[in-house]
Ligand binder design. Structure first.
Ligand code: VGL
Ligand code: ZN
Length: 208
């Protein structure tokens, strides 16, 4: 199988809490694992991300008295925040990468969402749009031109990462077979629309 040149596969948040039985289980989430394994063989460079929140994180409904998971609230700066069940708390088994995921050659595990007061969906920047994770520089220094995304969840961390990859100037692809969505309050439709508008490609035919 040929290796895609100057390309990286970003495997987003394949963690126990996003899989069946987890605190924020993505419907059919486990279905992404076999296609991700098939994809990883085609890439020289693979990076995994891990949602990694401190207890009491601002995105947790439990941090806000009277609020329920999946409610949307306005933040002081005007952005909307979806409130989540407690998930991916640092050091818990829910935050661990799935043991079914076997990509020993992955070069980097990038943690995000570890600041108590900012949410972080994207692998490139925190949700304030300002605080960078350093991934853009890491990829540029290594000569990466194309970013392929897969993992969980399509309508949050995958799509936000894809939009930021585009903004950073990478040619950007999402692999539909290897991602699944949460789909709350119209989030899936909004994410697909935003990715289409930004010029994110769908990678077809990568998985035999
Ligand atoms: C995610 C909601 C909250 C994701 C992370 O990985 O898509 N979604 N935190
Ligand atoms: Zn999270």
């Amino acid at each position: 199988m040929s290796i895609l040149p100057a390309s990286v596969l970003l495997v987003i948040d394949v963690q126990n809490d996003f899989l069946p039985g987890g605190a924020l289980a993505v419907p059919d989430g486990h279905a992404v694992i076999p296609p991700i394994h098939a994809l990883a063989e085609q890439f020289e460079h693979v990076i995994l991300t891990q949602d990694w929140h401190p207890a009491g994180h601002m995105s947790f409904a439990s941090s806000r008295p009277g609020r329920q998971p999946f409610e949307v609230i306005p933040l002081p700066d005007g952005r909307a925040q979806v409130l989540w069940p407690d998930h991916c708390v640092q050091g818990t088994s829910g935050a661990a990468l799935s043991s079914a995921l076997r990509i020993p050659k992955a070069e980097l595990i990038l943690r995000k969402g570890f600041r108590s007061h900012i949410d972080s969906y994207s692998a490139f920047a925190e949700a304030d749009g300002k605080t960078a994770t350093g991934l853009t520089g890491y990829l540029r220094e290594r000569g990466v031109k194309r970013v392929y995304l897969c993992g969980l969840a399509l309508d949050f961390c995958v799509s936000w990462s894809a939009l930021d990859a585009m903004h950073a100037g990478f040619e950007t692809f999402v692999v539909p077979e290897a991602t699944r969505a949460i789909d709350t309050n119209g989030s899936l439709e909004a994410a697909i629309g935003a990715m289409h508008k930004a010029g994110v490609h769908l990678a077809d035919g990568l998985i035999a």
